[in-house]
Write a protein that binds this ligand. Structure first.
Ligand code: GGG
Length: 347
């Protein structure tokens, strides 16, 4: 099975290296990795954040293991050349519209959560974030108003087919878990959110076994901190999902702990930690690789039909944490490679 390995920028190469060590240990020689350039690293090497060779590799692969993109050296570039365009381009070109972001607290990390331990203990949820639409892909630009002021704009739009297909993923995910779906929008203000709510209600008629509720995004942000245990599955748009999942990560201990899978309708997937490239600690061996290792486990489960191997990796991460493995984001001193060693030792 071919894996497109796209380490990207900053801490991306360090954390993906540990994930590959773990994958090699559990799959033997079943996976072959082919590396591609992406993000700022690709721009610096060949002048584009998502070169055609990388896109071709991603199309051919059974799955994509992605690190992170983002590079302060590229801050002054035109938007279409910035590193972040690589991940947006991959999602769009491959139709990767359903981003699953599980957030749960490993019991050993109760002290690392931003929440009181008894509240944090209850967090076990999945955020289903739409990743092919919203302000990320609407018309955008800069213009000058009649008063001579610079004005930036990003059009937010969703059509009903886009909402219906992500709603179905939300309902299916909830059906396979505790049967509760919370749809997050801003329907008291936004037209897109009004359509979103109407379509989610229409789709819900096919899922009478799933309990649906609706929440405005501002309330959802507050409720995630007040009582995260009330959530099973959250389905929401691109922008709201991006923000809420970073918030959920700190409830679950650290942004260095949250994996993600972004799937298309062919169950080809892109797997990446939800964190970015963290240029401030890049190359120092301080990054926590567990989010990427857990993303690799999701890859085995969702795209490669290797659920038993995925279970082994997740159990090894839990055992490594129980044995005291802690990178600096978790209040410890272990390096990126030592965290990888701890997972390998626990396999
Ligand atoms: N591994 C996640 C990552 O690299 N994030 C950087 C980023 O710009 N992401 C944009 C997004 O997730 O929409």
């Amino acid at each position: 099975m071919l894996i497109a390995l796209l380490p990207g920028d900053g801490i991306g190469p360090e954390v993906t290296e540990q994930a590959v060590r773990v994958l090699d240990a559990v799959t033997g020689d079943a996976l072959s990795f082919e590396r591609g350039l992406v993000g700022g690293a690709a721009y610096k090497a060949v002048g584009h954040p998502l070169p055609p060779e990388t896109l071709d590799l991603a199309r051919r692969a059974d799955a994509i293991l992605f690190g992170a993109v983002g590079d302060p050296d590229c801050d002054a570039l035109e938007r279409h050349l910035r590193p972040e365009q690589a991940i947006l381009g991959l999602r769009k070109e491959l139709g990767l519209f359903a981003n699953l972001r599980p957030a749960r607290l490993f019991p050993e990390l109760a002290d690392a959560s931003a929440l009181r331990p008894e509240v944090a203990a209850r967090i076990d949820l999945v955020i289903v974030r739409e990743t092919n639409g919203d302000v990320y892909f609407g018309e955008k630009g800069m213009r000058t108003t009649a008063d001579g002021l610079r004005e930036g704009y990003d059009i937010m739009s969703y059509n009903e087919a886009e909402v219906a297909r992500i709603a179905r993923v939300g309902f299916e995910t909830a059906r396979a878990r505790r049967g509760r779906l919370c749809s997050v929008d801003k329907a008291n203000v936004l037209e897109t959110s009004q359509l979103w709510r109407d379509v989610v209600i229409e789709v819900s008629r096919n899922y009478p076994d799933v309990t649906l509720n609706h929440m405005y995004v501002d309330n959802a942000a507050m409720q995630l901190v007040r009582d995260p245990g009330q959530f099973d599955v959250i389905v929401t748009g691109n922008l709201f999902g991006d923000i809420l999942s970073d918030q959920a990560s700190m409830c679950a201990g650290s942004i260095g702990m949250l994996p993600s899978a972004t799937l298309n309708s062919r169950s080809q997937g892109l797997y990446e930690p939800i964190h970015g490239s963290a240029p401030d600690i890049a190359g120092q061996g301080k990054a926590n690789p567990l989010a990427t290792i857990l993303s690799a486990a999701m890859m085995l489960r969702y795209s490669l039909g290797k659920a038993a191997e995925a279970d082994r990796i997740e159990a090894a991460v839990a055992a490594a944490l129980a044995a005291g493995a802690r990178s600096p984001d978790l209040g410890g001193r272990m390096s990126t490679a030592e965290m990888g060693d701890a997972v390998l030792a626990a396999l």
